[in-house]
Design a protein around this ligand. Structure first.
Ligand code: AMP
Ligand code: ZN
Length: 136
């Protein structure tokens, strides 16, 4: 399952060179060309899935297992102080490459990055209403 117009398909297949940290039958892990921090990497499935909605559950599970292993390895080797794992879906959410990928972002004291999931507020009634919309 490849998309001929997709750059991440080509990178994952090795048709376009990348700084590869890891590869197996299902995934390639590469260094991001525009790193948010030192060591910022991306997990790319070799198959083309546009986003989380298209991703099979089993692949999602395997991707998260790989993220866990890479986070451990990268933290050991880079001596980072923390770690963000991010994944964007849709332009409004910051997705710019429409081939599913997970960001592995080592964090360092004073790295100056702001990855915002800043807290807002909601009343108990609003939370109850949202809960009922989602699971009702
Ligand atoms: P997103 O905004 O979640 O779609 O993330 C896309 C990421 O891909 C960004 O962090 C880019 O810096 C990165 N990127 C784009 N093109 C390449 C490329 N050819 N090789 C490596 N990383 C890339
Ligand atoms: Zn693709």
């Amino acid at each position: 399952m490849k998309d001929d117009n997709c750059i991440f398909c080509k990178i994952a297949a090795g048709e376009i060179p990348s700084k590869t940290l890891y590869e197996d039958e299902q995934f390639r892990v590469i260094l991001d060309l525009g790193p948010a921090t030192r060591g910022h990497a991306l997990i790319l499935p070799r198959n083309h899935y546009g986003n989380i909605y298209e991703l099979p559950e089993e692949t999602a599970g395997d991707a998260m297992k790989l993220a866990k292993r890479m986070a451990g390895l990268m933290t050991d080797k880079l001596h980072c102080d923390g770690f963000n794992i991010l994944q964007n879906n849709g332009e409004i959410a910051g997705q710019t490459v429409f081939h599913f990928h997970m960001h592995l972002i080592p964090r360092y004291k004073d790295d100056g990055q702001v990855i915002s999931g800043k807290s807002g507020s909601a009343s108990s009634e609003e939370l109850e209403e949202i809960k009922n919309i989602i699971i009702g």
